[in-house]
Design a protein around this ligand. Structure first.
Ligand code: ADP
Ligand code: ZN
Length: 611
């Protein structure tokens, strides 16, 4: 699709440009034109010089008399006075005299030239640019001066090169859901005939970077209809009422171009619940009201389909999601293993890549990555290949770029002291060992102690073998133990602790807390929700929904739970102290070891134990 962007330059710009050019011309050119100096004299001097026969040429103009002296060196001018004897006197003085008026401009001519002409030029140019603006914005004339309050919706001119469903990998459910819209846009009549109404608005909900914008574009591409796209935040203007006028404008344009698709990204920017607070955001509320009105004002089957995307559906105003407005909700979730593999393959088509790349493995390693992150991983791999002077990317490039996306670039010049490097090695092996010694954990894929730009001094990567939709209580407990394994190793080996476990602590606490407050995995609280999740797609903040006594109780239980797992981890490491030393020594030397190397040292006699 060719995206035609609305020029954002206001018309004022062009007016000013023309004005400046004219002023410049006046300043630069005018002095050259009137280089000869003309002296102003009074009429008496003119009469006197005439009498004394001192004048050469005379030119009588409509409003003044120009004359020179005898040898035509100086030029003089003087005003006109009723003087009946003038011609006779000039004749007597022997001067050459004429009365050519048209050499210099009359006031009328100069008025025409300097005032009217520019105005005419401005208006012609102005309306020309204005028309161009309108055309590219895909709509009728705007209601406001200089394009203020006009929607910045960009219209995508449909073409055969547009994004198609095949470009969006995975997300099969979402695609299936949207196919109906495509069919409708192809042939609205079929739906009209049977009396079926298409939903007016479809809400794409999901975490950032999962392809919501892409899907909306793909619907337009598949149905070959114009695509208006606008971000919710673009509606919210400085002045109250401006956003509402943009909404009006957008829908006006859309109706003219129907059938078409209107896509509003980040609709939560305008669609937030109206709280009715004093001093609330008037502008936003007015904009939202206008949006609601426009959607209601739509007759069914006009052929305008509104798609909107958000990653905080829970914050949307209920009025926006009721039937007749955004009544269909299409979840666009993070891709699963197959989805990730497919996305990697789609993006790998754009780069030169080795034939033997195992996309399945890369997809497993990139667990939890969004489509946008996967696209980024592929690009990072290509960049890395270029940096290394290779002509194509390899498996290694892809694996390294996963780490870059997760943990940042390697910090090659970070200097850890020997002691610190030892501690980090033990810490990481602590995680890996505790993971490997338990039953319900994912296999260790890689351990590294090369510092990263994100601040991580090292990390242990565990990779699930398949898709994982549910987590058992045992898995969660083992995970907490694994997270405490790093600190446990420091305790066991050095008998002192460091700041290096802060991220582990955070994650372990979060998980333990979730087990108790959200998943009903504690003995005391049974299946009672003690916390509510606020925004599931953005980090999942929670807020407590219980009394303060219960809250205290929860805190105690969280501490007990983490402590229990921490003790378990420490015990495991104490029992396998020899392996801990051996692997940590190996890691210290090599800085990065693979899961296979790790398991090899761990040996056969240390098969995972039941806990
Ligand atoms: P969202 O609107 O959900 O935040 P986008 O649609 O803007 O995400 O996706 C950002 C980028 O991520 C896309 O341009 C594309 O390169 C990549 N991407 C995301 N999801 C997919 C997918 N399912 N298939 C292929 N590429 C994807
Ligand atoms: Zn750690």
């Amino acid at each position: 699709m060719n995206e035609v962007k609305t020029p954002r330059r206001p018309l004022m710009f062009y007016y000013l440009l023309v004005l400046i050019i004219i002023i410049l011309l006046n300043c630069i050119v005018a002095p050259f034109v009137s280089k000869v100096h003309i002296q102003d004299v009074d009429y008496g001097t003119f009469m006197k010089m005439t009498e004394e026969k001192k004048i050469g040429k005379v030119e009588i103009q409509s409003n003044k008399i120009m004359f020179t002296d005898k040898d035509e060196k100086n030029i003089y001018q003087t005003g006109i006075i009723e003087d009946s004897g003038l011609v006779q006197r000039l004749y007597d003085s022997g001067a050459q005299f004429t009365s050519e008026i048209n050499k210099t401009m009359s006031p009328m001519t100069s008025f025409l030239l300097y005032v009217l002409l520019p105005i005419i030029i401005f208006s012609v140019l102005g309306s020309y640019f204005r028309k161009k603006l309108m055309d590219s914005a895909g709509g009728g004339p705007g209601s406001m001066v200089f394009g203020m309050g006009k929607s910045n919706a960009r219209v995508y001119v449909p073409s055969s090169t547009g994004i198609r469903f095949s470009d969006v990998a995975g997300e099969d459910e979402a695609k299936e859901n949207l196919t109906e819209i495509v069919n409708y846009l192809h042939d609205p009549g079929k739906y009209k005939a049977i009396g079926a109404k298409m939903p007016k608005g479809i809400l794409l909900v999901g975490p950032p970077g999962t392809g919501k914008t892409m899907l909306a574009k793909a619907v337009a591409g598949e149905s070959n209809v114009p695509f208006f796209s606008m971000s919710g935040s673009e509606f919210v203007e400085m002045f109250v009422g401006m956003g509402a006028s943009k909404v009006r404008d957008l829908f006006k344009q859309a109706k003219e171009k129907a059938p078409c698709i209107v896509f509003i990204d980040e609709i939560d920017a305008i669609g937030k619940k109206r709280d009715g607070q004093i001093g609330g955001n008037d502008e936003r509320e007015q904009t939202l009201n206008q949006l609601l009105t426009e959607m209601d004002g739509f007759e069914d089957n006009t052929g305008v389909v509104i798609l909107a995307a958000t990653n905080r559906p829970e914050s949307l105003d209920p009025a926006l999601t009721r039937p007749g407005r955004f009544d269909r909700r299409v979840p666009v979730e993070l891709p699963d293993l197959q989805g990730r593999e497919a996305i990697l393959k789609v993006h790998a088509k754009d780069i030169a890549i080795a034939d033997d790349v195992d996309f399945g493995k890369v997809a497993r390693m990139a667990s939890g990555a969004s489509g946008a992150e996967l696209a980024n991983i592929v690009n990072e791999a290509a960049l890395r290949a270029v940096r290394d002077g290779r002509s194509f990317a390899t498996q290694e490039d892809l694996e390294e770029s996963i780490e870059v996306v997760i943990a940042g670039y390697q910090k090659k010049n970070a200097i850890l002291s020997d002691k610190e490097k030892h501690i980090v090695a033990y810490h990481e092996v602590g995680h890996a060992l505790v993971a490997a010694l338990q039953k319900h954990t994912a296999p260790v894929q890689k351990i590294t102690i090369i510092p990263r730009t994100s601040g991580a001094l090292g990390y242990t990567m565990q990779v699930e073998t398949g898709n994982h939709y549910l987590m058992t209580k045992e898995e969660m407990l083992d995970e907490i133990a694994t997270l405490t394994g790093g600190r446990a190793a420091e305790e066991v080996v050095f008998n002192s602790i460091t700041t290096g476990a802060s991220n582990d602590i955070e994650r372990a606490t979060k998980m333990a807390r979730a087990m108790i407050t959200c998943y009903g995995m504690s003995d005391d609280f049974d299946m009672v929700a003690l916390e509510t999740v606020n925004n599931q797609y953005l980090g999942g903040d929670t807020s407590l929904a219980c009394s303060s006594e219960t809250q205290k109780n929860i805190d105690l239980q969280v501490v007990a739970l983490v402590k229990q797992q921490h003790d378990k981890a420490r015990k495991l490491l104490e029992e396998h102290r020899d392996k801990l030393d051996e692997i940590a020594g190996f890691l210290y030397k090599k800085e990065t070891i693979t899961g296979e190397e790790f398991m090899e040292i761990l040996g056969k006699e240390d098969q995972p134990q039941a806990e």
